[in-house]
Design a protein around this ligand. Structure first.
Ligand SMILES: Cc1cc2nc3c(=O)[nH]c(=O)nc-3n(C[C@H](O)[C@H](O)[C@H](O)COP(=O)(O)OP(=O)(O)OC[C@H]3O[C@@H](n4cnc5c(N)ncnc54)[C@H](O)[C@@H]3O)c2cc1C
Ligand SMILES: *[C@@H]1O[C@H](CO)[C@@H](O)[C@H](O)[C@H]1NC(C)=O
Ligand SMILES: *[C@@H]1O[C@H](CO)[C@@H](O)[C@H](O)[C@H]1NC(C)=O
Ligand SMILES: *[C@@H]1O[C@H](CO)[C@@H](O)[C@H](O)[C@H]1NC(C)=O
Ligand SMILES: *[C@@H]1O[C@H](CO)[C@@H](O)[C@H](O)[C@H]1NC(C)=O
Ligand SMILES: *[C@@H]1O[C@H](CO)[C@@H](O)[C@H](O)[C@H]1NC(C)=O
Ligand SMILES: *[C@@H]1O[C@H](CO)[C@@H](O)[C@H](O)[C@H]1NC(C)=O
Ligand SMILES: *[C@@H]1O[C@H](CO)[C@@H](O)[C@H](O)[C@H]1NC(C)=O
Ligand SMILES: *[C@@H]1O[C@H](CO)[C@@H](O)[C@H](O)[C@H]1NC(C)=O
Ligand SMILES: *[C@@H]1O[C@H](CO)[C@@H](O)[C@H](O)[C@H]1NC(C)=O
Ligand SMILES: *[C@@H]1O[C@H](CO)[C@@H](O)[C@H](O)[C@H]1NC(C)=O
Length: 573
């Protein structure tokens, strides 16, 4: 004991003397629990009062599966509850109720794993320490001011869908925007660039609920495929592609106005006239870094009949060459499909090929069949057994609901890259070879559209300009293995170091969709933001000069690094 004390005293004298006498410098690292600077229980209790008792201390979702919680005996250990949790673990709804459970499991740092036995511990890992279940902008403000005052990491979570781990953070205070609801119709919105119907959508409103609301008013809005993503969250802020992309453009292209709380705690309206730089940045510059969105107002369009088509070809030992020749034809066929106003989601994998589906708003079934005929003819000519079915629905919502079975949270590590029209038009063989190499080994998907004409100039919104020449967003998935952490890490590395480099070779100076890219991408700045990065960084610095908002791969995030303890520190230089 005495020798330890002696050591500590000796150590204290080793501290550079000048650091004790200088005025407090800008903190180089965020405080974490255990630091003397970490807020006291009384500080947290005060914050809890300020936010109407909505402060939640994190208990990881899978705690009932473990005998020890935070290194103490776990009174909530309950194998029956654990078993029940396991049966619903893969559904997004399970994690939506949780303030802290990331749907992309690896971003918990494997700290409380429901699939490992009860003797493995449950710890916080990369979950936030506390969350505020916000219902209004005053709650955002209180969180921001508290995090700033106490120099602690702040993170914004909405649904927790993020594939790159941007909605969780080790040792952080989290603003949870899921309960910021409210949706409202403007039958005739009038702004400088748009007059017509518009819908104001609260931060936490889910896509499925927004589609239903629009449909009740004979309208549609631009959203994605998954019903439980929050439209005003990372989806629209990050670009947002979906079934209407070829007709109306990306989700970010539709935004007329944001209500947003900035790093000073101020509630701002950002539109074409006021705070127009922030208005621009939030349209595609990525979630989690410019401010905390309270609501957005987007263009709405008249509802329309919508056709859908699905196609499947299964691979076997003898038909692979034919299959990939057929996929080459399909890729060329996509050029005319997207130019007609349709979109297509498709999968290539060791089991074969699936179009799942083509969505064609305002296009009749017979027209869609005709558009896809070159692919079907080719598959038949190659002797491939092909199942094809198409349908026409009277509204977008009926078409959408006919396709949405149950969704899983992703059980895949993810990475991706945007594939330009020109590559497919000029060199179908090269891109098909790479697709074959990847999809014979793992799962990949393509989301295909033409968003070239939905904005007057690619610089009108912050979205990576590369989207305007994109034919499809290619996503590679490698399996997450819940019982083998190192296999999961290796599988992500395979995306970074093997699969994506093959695509990169064909798309030099290319781009990727920041919501479906590789979190380990070496130069995320150019890859995710293109030529807009520097402008975005200036806007970030104007509205968040102290760098309060941080998310991995977000604008400005390369100024910070997370160390082995999960502590966020400023990088040098
Ligand atoms: C199953 C599944 C299907 C998907 N389908 C599609 C699709 O069809 N089209 C498509 O384009 N994308 C799709 N995505 C990707 C999706 O758009 C992103 O995961 C997106 O980030 C989710 O946004 P969120 O706010 O719901 O999620 P979260 O994980 O909660 O947040 C994502 C990011 O946004 C930030 N953020 C969230 N809310 C706010 C707010 N109120 N203010 C400021 N920042 C905020 C977070 O800090 C984080 O950086 C899909 C993802 C999954 C898992
Ligand atoms: C915040 O206050 C509410 C209401 O008093 C209480 O239920 C909750 O446990 C408190 N949160 C924390 C983290 O103490
Ligand atoms: C994350 O996991 C690694 C490997 O298990 C561990 O060494 C590290 O301490 C963890 N960090 C946190 C903050 O949980
Ligand atoms: C969050 O707040 C909402 C709205 O008040 C409430 O319905 C929900 O139960 C709360 N969730 C948690 C986990 O406290
Ligand atoms: C811009 O801000 C001013 C001052 O707050 C306000 O009067 C005006 O209505 C705002 N205009 C728009 C279009 O939001
Ligand atoms: C993309 O779609 C627009 C209509 O939205 C069309 O004018 C254009 O020719 C299409 N194709 C290309 C390559 O831009
Ligand atoms: C493989 O599938 C093709 C049709 O796609 C079929 O003609 C062929 O007989 C199948 N081969 C085997 C070995 O099953
Ligand atoms: C969801 O994931 C589980 C586990 O990986 C799998 O068994 C199931 O088939 C998946 N369901 C869907 C709809 O993908
Ligand atoms: C594709 O072909 C066009 C026309 O021949 C040419 O202008 C363009 O440079 C080519 N692009 C690529 C990526 O090869
Ligand atoms: C796939 O590409 C990798 C890396 O370029 C290469 O080593 C491998 O041989 C290729 N495999 C197939 C089946 O084409
Ligand atoms: C996960 O890893 C374990 C141990 O390496 C292995 O036995 C199991 O088959 C793997 N599971 C999956 C789904 O790949």
């Amino acid at each position: 004991m005495a020798s330890i004390l002696a050591f500590l005293i000796a150590f204290a004298f080793l501290l550079p003397y000048s650091s004790l006498t200088r005025a407090a410098p800008v903190a180089q690292c965020r405080s974490i629990p255990g630091d003397t600077a970490w807020p006291s229980s009384a500080d947290w209790a005060t914050l809890n009062n300020t936010v109407d008792g909505r402060l939640i201390a994190t208990i990881p979702l899978a705690a009932p599966c473990h005998k020890a919680l935070f290194n103490l005996p776990n009174l909530a250990f309950d194998l029956a509850r654990c078993e029940a949790l396991r049966t619903v673990w893969y559904y997004p709804e399970t994690h939506l109720q949780s303030a802290s459970s990331p749907m992309a499991y690896p971003f918990s740092n494997n700290s409380c794993n429901p699939w490992l036995g009860p003797d493995t511990p449950c710890t916080l890992g990369f979950h936030p320490v506390f969350s505020i279940n916000a219902t209004k902008s005053a709650h955002y403000r209180a969180a921001i001011l508290f995090a700033t005052k106490h120099n602690i990491r702040l993170v914004i979570r909405n649904t927790g869908h993020d594939y790159l781990g941007k909605s969780t953070g080790a040792h952080a205070l989290e603003i949870w925007t899921h309960s910021v609801k409210g949706i409202k119709l403007f039958t005739q919105y009038t702004g400088p660039t748009f007059s017509g119907p518009a819908i104001k959508i609260g931060a936490g409103v889910l896509a499925g609920d927004a589609y239903t609301f629009a449909s009740e008013h004979g309208l549609v809005i631009v959203g994605g495929n998954c019903p439980t993503v929050a439209l005003a969250g990372g989806y629209t802020q990050g670009a947002g592609h979906g079934p209407f992309a070829s007709r109306f453009g990306l989700a970010a292209d539709q935004v007329l106005e944001w209500e947003v709380v900035t790093a000073t705690g101020e509630l701002l309206t950002a539109n074409a006239q006021n705070n127009s730089d922030l208005y621009w940045a939030l349209r595609g510059g990525g979630g989690g870094t410019f401010g905390v969105v309270v609501a957005m107002t987007v263009k709405a369009f008249p509802d329309t009949f919508t056709s859908t088509a699905t196609m499947t070809v299964l691979k076997n030992e003898t038909n692979a060459d034919a299959l990939y020749e057929g996929i080459g034809t399909f890729l060329q066929n996509l050029l005319s499909l997207v130019n007609s106003g349709a979109t297509a989601v498709w999968v290539a994998a060791p089991f074969g090929f699936m179009l799942t589906p083509a969505m064609a708003p305002g296009i009749h079934q017979s027209e869609l069949d005709e558009i896809l005929k070159p692919t079907l003819d080719k598959f038949h000519q190659l002797g491939l057994e092909t199942s094809y079915s198409s349908r026409e629905h009277t509204t977008f919502l009926t078409a959408y609901n006919s396709l949405t079975e149950s969704w899983n949270v992703s059980n895949y590590n993810v990475g991706g890259r945007l594939i330009p029209r020109e590559l497919v038009a000029n060199n179908t063989a090269a891109i098909t070879r790479v697709i074959r190499n990847i999809s014979e080994r793992t799962l990949m998907s393509g989301v295909s559209y033409n968003v070239s004409h939905s904005v007057a100039s690619p610089d009108d919104v912050a979205v990576n300009p590369y989207f305007r020449k994109t034919l499809f967003s290619l996503t590679v998935g490698t399996p997450i293995n819940y019982t083998d952490w190192s296999a999961t890490t290796a599988a992500q590395n395979e995306i970074t170091h093997d699969f994506l480099p093959q695509v990169e070779k064909l798309t030099p100076n290319g781009g990727a969709y920041l919501n479906e890219g590789d979190f380990q991408a070496p130069d995320f700045r150019t890859l995710f933001y293109g030529a807009h990065y520097d402008k975005l960084l200036k806007i970030k610095d104007k509205y968040d000069p102290q760098g309060i908002f941080y998310a991995k791969t977000a604008v400005g995030s390369d100024r910070w690094e997370q160390d082995a303890n999960g502590r966020l520190c400023r990088t040098k230089g």
